[in-house]
Design a protein around this ligand. Structure first.
Ligand code: SF4
Length: 445
């Protein structure tokens, strides 16, 4: 590398339309903060540009800083922006590096971009290895160019216990923006990579080469104690796993006198089977649990390999309600849905008095067996549509237009219900409902 020690770390904006739930859930760029910490330790001067919160356009920031290298992360829906920023970085004379969740599984989609390096693992030290001039042949989980051709080094799982603490300076500077619903600010904490389950629609269990890796819980609690934020969003794909570890979590949080609110993902079967433990988690501040209810009927749950059924979902929602913990019930609207199936989700929500519900359109993830199955039905190849808000493959029983119609009716009903119940009072309901009504007739035409 050159004498220039400035490295710009980039998380592109989620979308360039206003219909993207920005201002409702805005995530701390934790992955970049880990790389920041690693870079600072090696004597570099890192900067973050997060398109969710920045007011200065990327290009302006790039030309102002003139970094030696630019690292860009993102998800599938941000692929276009990632490529665009890599090109800008190259034009500005910087080394262009791509990483993040999408690149882990779909690195070859960046082969025709301006990228010089693509990182396919979680280990942040791969970035400093590349910048420090280590021979690329020796760096795992890396794609690099030799004589103009891409070389794909073997991806290896990263042991999360070797992670250093992230540098949260950027989070603190933008604490007025990073939120989970009404919890503002909300700091992210990761305690594990990947997921031990294998639900068929889910990409999360394939990350980190499909290897589930957990941090020591003492270290997690120590980190939480040091974060200057009342709200902690544990972003593990499934935090409620391992009874003993969670019991220890409760004990340590109590021993250290930590008083915060927690958000985490958890499976309904675990919740339903552990009422006492859930009670103890509620006592130490468990506030939201994001639960994959997925479907109002057991046949879909079976086809997803969820290893659970609806009676368990009902039990989990009831239990959390009785403990005063908010359930964020997450549903999938399948591509084989009829109009009645959309209505059944609505009925499930009302019957089980679920206050918080989120709905995703079934999306076969790129580079999975599932997308092979749906390939002939794909109606778009635009990666920005892999946002769970778009239909990417032809529905089986409805036209695309009718499918969107029923989907938007469901969303509007859920939004109106939330509005009536007085939740999410920080959001502009009129704007969102107006957009949905427009989309009811405008999508899929
Ligand atoms: S849906 Fe949840 S439990 Fe299933 S594999 Fe994905 S993260 Fe794991």
């Amino acid at each position: 590398m050159t004498e220039n020690d400035i490295i710009l770390l980039v998380h592109p904006e989620i979308s360039r339309t206003k219909y993207n739930f920005a201002g409702i859930i805005d995530n701390e760029p934790l992955e970049l903060e880990y790389i920041w910490a690693m870079l600072a330790r090696e004597g570099y001067r890192p900067y973050i540009w997060d398109g969710q919160v920045e007011k200065i356009p990327f290009r302006e920031r790039l030309h102002e800083l003139r970094p030696a290298a630019v690292y860009i992360c993102g998800r599938t829906r941000q692929e276009g922006f990632m490529k665009e920023y890599a090109l800008e970085a190259k034009k500005a004379g910087a080394v262009a590096m791509i990483g993040g969740l999408h690149a882990q599984r779909c690195y070859n989609r960046f082969f025709r971009s301006a990228a010089d390096y693509i990182f396919t693992g979680f280990d942040p030290s791969a970035v400093t290895d590349v910048l420090g001039g280590k021979s690329p042949e020796t760096i795992s989980s890396l794609c690099w160019k030799k004589d103009g051709h891409w070389v794909v080094n073997k991806a290896v799982p990263h042991d999360i216990r070797t992670l250093i603490r992230p540098d949260r300076s950027y989070f603190y500077q933008h604490a007025d923006r990073y939120r989970y619903l009404e919890l503002l600010p909300a700091a992210h904490v990761r305690t594990a990579y990947s997921c031990p389950y294998r639900c068929s629609f889910c990409i999360r269990n394939r990350l980190n080469c499909g290897v589930y890796s957990q941090r020591d819980i003492e270290d997690v609690v120590d980190e939480i104690a040091q974060i200057e934020c009342e709200n902690i969003y544990i972003i593990d794909d499934d935090f409620l796993f391992g009874e003993e570890r969670l019991e220890q979590f409760v004990t340590l949080i109590r021993q250290r006198g930590i008083h915060k609110r927690y958000v985490c993902y958890g499976r309904a079967d675990f919740i339903a089977a552990h009422p006492k433990l859930m009670g103890r988690l509620a006592e130490i501040g468990l506030y939201y649990v994001l639960v994959g209810i997925e479907s109002a009927d057991d046949s879909h749950l079976r086809s997803y390999g969820k290893l659970s059924d609806n009676s368990v979902n009902v039990k989990a929602v009831k239990l959390l309600g009785s403990l005063g913990v908010n359930t964020m019930g997450m549903f999938i609207v399948d591509l084989d849905f009829t109009a009645a199936d959309f209505r059944n989700i609505w009925k499930w929500v009302v019957k089980n008095d679920l206050r918080h519900a989120a709905v995703s359109i079934f999306t076969p993830e790129m580079n999975t067996e599932l997308i092979k199955k749906y390939r002939s039905r794909l109606i778009t190849r635009d990666p920005s549509h892999w946002d769970y808000l778009h239909v990417v493959a032809k529905p089986a029983k409805l036209s695309v237009r009718r499918y969107y119609f029923h989907y938007h009716v469901l969303l509007i009903r859920l939004f109106l219900r939330a509005w009536r119940q007085g939740i999410y009072d920080f959001i502009d309901y009129r704007f969102f409902i107006g957009s949905m009504i427009k989309n009811m007739f405008g999508f899929g035409g």
